[in-house]
Design a protein around this ligand. Structure first.
Ligand code: KIV
Ligand code: NA
Length: 263
């Protein structure tokens, strides 16, 4: 692992955009790593794009560990972020620690979990025990049945809660925070306020970094992809070229454009 939490912290300070993509297997992990990505997230989006479920809710810790191990065999330079699935960390901070250990033993360097203020105790517990934690706020897909669908978050009165969530996960020791499907202006405000990097997906161009689901980014997911996605295969001669163009467009602030963002 050449890219670390320190690398990402320095990139934020220097104003260099941080690039993440998801992957779930050896071959794509190797391809993405060779293209120079900063992090591969072994997202629980695997429930949808690898397993064909409608949501990530059915993904188990065993599934996540299996795919993390596959990715770890293919990636040697980037950070590997393991995504704690639904039900593997909400019971207690001890349960979260055990699940994080499982993903790290499978090859993850860091872990991600969904939630802001409500996960502060868990984040602090993991960080105090040597685990680098990324939080994930805004649209949190594991709560999709409670949210009533995959919808933009943080509009109107909900904006202040999202800011509070971001500040509190930073205070708890998170090394980064994913902002999903939030208005671009709010994501900009949060990114300026925090000293840790924000990684946006459907959160506008002013986040410190971006992440996309691989299958959306190369346009092979058979169902409808969200508005914030872009198919980088258009105009690219190969998957490698598409991945390289994603990285370049993020670094050049060409992606996401306004059409991929929410106001
Ligand atoms: O599971 C996933 O792919 C994610 C990203 C979309 C942030 O959590
Ligand atoms: Na996820």
């Amino acid at each position: 692992m050449a890219v670390t939490v320190t690398t990402m912290q320095k990139m934020k300070q220097a104003g260099d955009k941080i690039t993440w993509l998801t992957a779930y297997d050896y071959s794509f992990a190797s391809l993405i790593d060779n293209a120079g990505i900063d992090a591969i997230l072994v997202g629980d989006s695997l429930g949808m794009v690898m397993q064909g479920h409608a949501t990530p809710v059915p993904v188990t810790l065993e599934d996540a560990a299996y795919h993390t191990a596959c990715v770890a065999r293919g990636a040697s330079n980037c950070m590997i972020v393991g995504d704690l699935p639904f039900g593997s960390y909400q019971v207690s901070k001890e349960q979260a620690y055990q699940s994080a250990v499982t993903l790290m033993q499978a090859g993850a360097h860091t872990i991600k979990l969904e939630g802001g203020e409500l996960q502060v105790e868990t984040i602090r517990f993991l960080v105090e025990r040597g685990i680098a934690v990324c939080a994930h706020i805004g649209l949190t897909p594991q709560s999709v049945h409670q949210l009533g669908g995959f919808k933009v978050q943080g509009r109107g009165d909900a904006a202040q809660q999202l800011i509070d969530d971001a500040v509190k996960v930073e205070q708890a020791g998170a090394f980064a925070v994913v902002l999903e499907a939030v208005p671009a202006a709010l994501a900009k405000q949060i990114s300026e306020r925090l000293s840790i990097p924000t990684i946006g997906i459907g959160a506008g161009v002013d986040c410190d970094g971006q992440v996309l689901v691989l299958q959306d980014m190369i346009g092979i997911y058979p169902k409808k992809s969200p508005k914030f996605c872009k198919n980088f295969m258009y105009g690219s001669a190969s998957i490698e070229a598409a991945i390289e163009r994603y990285i370049k467009e993020v670094k050049d602030r060409d992606f996401p454009a306004l059409e991929h963002s929410f106001s």
